[in-house]
Write a protein that binds this ligand. Structure first.
Ligand code: ADP
Ligand code: MG
Length: 246
């Protein structure tokens, strides 16, 4: 579903990603961990075309993005990739003046050109699935952080994405709200949703990840099943990160 090879991203002289290779199969859950500043958010942004890169290739669901693509073709590919790859951010990023229901129907109506009644019926089903069937007419401000993040997940799902990228979705939440959001994400994973999750929630990684990738200074220093990487790390950088996180 996602195949990244040799991905290099620079900001001026700073090499933020120094040659990332990573593959995520259909229905797989990849968890990305690593210290602050190691390039995790930049990596996710390169995957759905929010950020340009200097070398390497990103293939998502058969669509290829590379550093050299001519601008016109690139815009076309970007538009397609953005509708196929959902993104959920730490800060929720909901439309503040729209209701919960409108937040979820916006993309399907305006980007996917679905008819309003159909988009609303599907949004109601998705909001019920994330436990917010009673909050359709609320504004984001009236909801807890955990509820807002579940709206953001429903909004991503409404676009029928092939994959969803999560960038520290629970970092702004207290433990109870974190548990609510991780429970929704666990259900998605069990239903076969392809996802890449950047998180510090190690219990989630242990239970749900097919593979854990450890980022350090713009490189993946270690990858493997969560039991192996988290319980029995081979690399010093992984041990250092885990000792600072737990
Ligand atoms: P992480 O998500 O792992 O904390 P980021 O991807 O946010 O890491 O950042 C990786 C590195 O790239 C950091 O050193 C950060 O300061 C740098 N960086 C990110 N965005 C920019 C930017 N727009 N301009 C310059 N440097 C940036
Ligand atoms: Mg980040």
């Amino acid at each position: 579903m996602i195949e990244v090879s040799g991905l290099v991203k620079r900001h001026g002289a700073l090499e933020v990603l120094r040659g990332i290779d990573l593959t995520v199969g259909r229905g797989e859950v990849a968890v990305v961990v690593g210290p602050s500043g190691s390039g995790k958010s930049t990596f996710l942004r390169c995957l759905n075309g929010l950020e340009r890169f200097q070398a390497g290739t990103v293939v998502v669901d058969g669509l290829t993005l590379d550093s050299s693509a001519a601008d016109r073709r690139r815009e076309d590919v970007l538009r397609q990739i953005r509708t196929r790859v959902g993104m959920v951010f730490q800060s929720f990023n909901l439309f503040p003046h729209r209701t919960v229901l409108e937040n979820v129907t916006e993309g399907p109506i305006h980007v996917l050109r679905r008819d309003r009644a159909e988009a609303e019926a599907r949004a109601v089903a998705l909001l019920s699935r994330v436990g917010l069937g009673e909050k359709l007419r609320c504004r984001p401000m009236q909801l807890s952080g955990g509820q807002q993040q579940r709206v953001a997940i429903a909004r991503a799902l409404a676009m029928e994405p092939r994959a969803i990228l999560f960038d520290e979705p629970t970092s702004a939440l207290d433990p109870r709200m974190t548990a609510e959001v991780l429970s929704v994400m666990t259900d998605l994973a069990r239903d076969g949703q392809t996802m890449i999750v950047v998180t510090h929630a190690m219990s989630f990684a242990r239970r749900v990840a097919d593979v854990v990738h450890v980022f350090d200074h713009g490189l993946i220093v270690e990858s493997g099943p969560p039991d192996r990487v988290l319980e029995n790390p081979r690399e010093e950088a992984t041990r250092r990160f885990l000792s600072e996180t737990l």
